[in-house]
Design a protein. Structure first.
Length: 131
């Protein structure tokens, strides 16, 4: 199974090289290689399109990392397909999609750590966008 996932990851990256892509719907858990790895490799290849994670869930500690990596949103699979269609339209048009609790965790973690000089603090602009 892991070899199959690796093959599909490689195939996906090859498609991104050949075509102009507006949006990638990405499952966060891709076997041995996570969505973060795919995201990193696709950005290195010059993917200019938006990335929307479509997943069962993401550890709150990873949300800030994903935002920094350039995801435009995190859509949970428990939500309705009609909402997914709305979210895709929003992201393609330049918007973002994050649940309120995802953003609150990122902002509150960043604010509480600002006194401790955390290495990866969000910039003031990033906090404004998230708020």
């Amino acid at each position: 199974m892991a070899g199959n996932v690796s093959k599909k990851l490689t195939e996906g990256l090859n498609v991104l090289k050949q075509k102009l892509i507006d949006i990638v719907l990405l499952d966060f858990y891709l076997g041995e290689r996570s969505g973060k790895e795919f995201l990193r490799l696709s950005r290195e290849q010059g993917l200019a399109g938006k990335v929307l994670l479509v997943t069962v869930g993401v550890n709150q500690g990873v949300v800030e990392e994903l935002i920094r990596a350039g995801v435009s949103g995190i859509f949970l699979k428990r939500d309705s397909p009609s909402l997914l269609a709305q979210v895709i339209r929003r992201v393609v048009s330049g918007g973002v999609w994050f649940e309120q609790e995802q953003l609150q965790t990122v902002v509150s973690t960043d604010t509480s750590n600002s006194r401790g000089a955390k290495k990866n603090n969000l910039t003031e602009r990033e906090r404004q966008v998230l708020s």
